[in-house]
Design a protein around this ligand. Sequence first.
Ligand code: HEC
Ligand code: HEC
Length: 349
Amino acid sequence: MKPSCLQLAWLCVVVVALASCSPDESLTPPPLDIRPIPAHLPDVPVPADNPITKAKVELGRMLFYDARLSRDGSVACASCHRPDVGFSDAGRTVSAGVGGALGSRNSPAIINVAYQRHFFWDGRAASLEDQAMAAFLSPAEMSADTIAVAQLLRTIYPQYWRSAFGDTVVTMRRAMQAIATFERTLISAKSPYDRFITGDSTALTTSQRRGMMLFFSDRAMCGHCHSGPNFTDDQFHNVGLFNHYLDRGRWMVTRNLRDEAKFKTPSLRNVELTAPYMATGDSDDGPMQTLEDVVEHYSEGVRPFPTKDPRVKRLRLTEQEKADLVAFMKALTDPTVATNPAFQKPELP
Ligand code: HEC
Ligand code: HEC
């Protein structure tokens, strides 16, 4: 089966994304020798004041993995964003930060996160730099003591600092710029689905192909929100998980009742590895532990919450259709994320 229509539609998305990136002067593409972006993905947008350099990627990778940045030396970014599970915190509904402090949301997979414009489930950060600073300072995450961290960076990292920034002036902003730069290199595009849309018609099983057609169909409408190369429209929606939401989601940012309990559409790349699912890992029908649980929700569990998106409704899928959708989502797993040496924990100074 040739995916011609789909392939065309998808290419359009890439072309539009490319076209909308290039005229904006605040966005500069990363030098290709740093991390070749696969030809079928758009260039990664990069802020003008934080260009990607090899030295900054290396420094950022060390800081991402360095638990000494947290208040008690026990938690690094990588504690909750692990490369073996698509840079999420698999298995935990909510992650534990410093001193075992629990947050209230599920840790998202930060692969291909560079393409997003809103960060956190409610979109409260507008850049990866701001996002990293929030995680770094949050009492439920790293609870960093900035004076102690500045001292540590000055004594342990000076040579890396000079390579990355040209001098040894340590600021928290620069530390976050380095971490964000490393995050911009976390690109995944080697899943069976990527092979399929770039011409290998044998890359998907029959069930996965049926699942793909259903996923992008006007009946299931999954592809309306999980759209584009990263399976997200970067927008906020309510998918009817609860009759009453404790977490008010996007409302907490905009204070607009139309945004009540809306959450950012998560990317589905490597989703097989990032369970549990949804912003809080939970629903009125029980925990969202597996992709089967998620599909069951879209099939039978959707609640009529006032802000629920009309495109989400109980689909009443057959058992075969449910299995096909799950099989398709598993075709979005890129096994090289777990093994790519450039993503792993480096030796720390
Ligand atoms: C204790 C676990 C924990 C630690 C430590 C942690 N994170 Fe997170 N991260 C989370 C959770 C949970 C969320 C979602 C929170 C929310 O939406 O309110 C998140 C969200 C994010 C996002 C947004 C992803 C998206 O799709 O919107 C990025 C990027 C990210 N973290 C990077 C980092 C970086 C960089 C660090 C280190 C400075 C870090 N995280 C430390 C748990 C953690
Ligand atoms: C109206 C937009 C929309 C439609 C249509 C939609 N989704 Fe979603 N999807 C979302 C949002 C938003 C979330 C997060 C919801 C939350 O946490 O409250 C989500 C969450 C998910 C998750 C969890 C991912 C994770 O990392 O936690 C999966 C899997 C998923 N959707 C698959 C599907 C499938 C399959 C379909 C079609 C049957 C579909 N979605 C239809 C917007 C949508």
